[in-house]
Design a protein around this ligand. Structure first.
Ligand code: IPE
Ligand code: IPE
Ligand code: MG
Length: 244
């Protein structure tokens, strides 16, 4: 299997969102007591997926890296993940920039530990002029929180008399989400077999095609990404209308 399974005469998704799951199971399977070993291996997968995006022309890649709920994990795991992210940025940002990648983040970034947040902000700033691929990291992200934040903003505009309730549209909502300029993902991938959304992009995935693979995130490679795109190309997207 290779990139040849993709039909470049058919549309390739512009935006792919990924729930990177299964790092803990991978660590266990390989006999590591520390779940962090799985997270470290998972960080390498990100590089492979970025290459696959480059090869297929995907324009936006959103990665669910840390959810609001993940703060409930052990102190050791949370600290390890935050340090891993900081080191990942230091190690990779120059190469990402060379490849034309713009780094972005969605979520409650101010909850991240200082060192990680600063490195993230530096990387975002450094890469902001790139236009080839937007890599959006969902960090301390929860979709319900995003929607609550959005409702608060709209309510305050209404309260100030600048918007009538009957003028609130789907577009108004979109404009107050964390990244209004990014189109909805056409394809959502979840690794390691779980058939759930886990509070990810609830508004944005209304009509996304969902692809769940049993492969654990640290084992996921370019070919797995190509397989997901090829599978997407064989779906019939109807949006509630009739089948052509
Ligand atoms: C996904 O892997 C990474 C994060 C949620 C940060 P998990 O850590 O959830 O791995 P499993 O689901 O326990 O295998
Ligand atoms: C979803 O994975 C969050 C991320 C991948 C960052 P989880 O492992 O946290 O989700 P649940 O607990 O299986 O729903
Ligand atoms: Mg998990």
């Amino acid at each position: 299997m290779s990139i040849d399974i993709i039909d470049f005469d058919k549309p390739v998704p512009k935006h792919v969102a990924v729930i990177m799951d299964g790092n803990g199971r991978w660590a266990k399977k390989h006999g590591f007591a520390a779940r962090l070993k799985g997270h470290e291996a998972g960080a390498e997968t990100i590089r492979a997926v970025l290459r696959a995006c480059d090869n297929t022309g995907v324009r936006y890649l959103t990665l669910y890296a840390f959810s609001t709920e993940n703060w409930k994990r052990s102190k050791t795991e949370v600290a390890g993940l935050m340090e891993l992210l900081r080191r990942f940025l230091i190690k990779n940002i120059d190469e990402l920039i060379e490849k034309g990648i713009r780094l972005r983040a969605i979520g409650q970034i101010d909850r991240l530990p200082n060192g990680t947040r600063k490195e993230l902000e530096r990387s975002i700033e450094k890469s902001k002029h790139n236009t080839k691929l937007d890599l959006i990291l969902a960090l301390s992200y929860g979709s319900r929180t995003e929607i609550v934040d959005c409702i608060r903003q709209i309510a305050s505009i209404v309260k100030d008399g600048k918007l009538a309730p009957e003028d609130i549209s789907e577009e108004t909502v979109k404009q107050h989400l964390y990244a209004p300029d990014i189109p909805d993902p056409e394809l959502l991938i979840r690794t390691s077999g779980e058939m759930r959304i886990s509070n990810f992009l609830l508004w944005q995935i209304s009509y996304s095609e969902i692809y769940v693979t049993p492969t654990l995130w640290p084992d996921f490679r370019e070919d797995d990404f190509y397989e997901a795109i090829a599978d997407y190309q064989n779906r019939s997207r109807r949006y509630g209308g009739r089948k052509n």
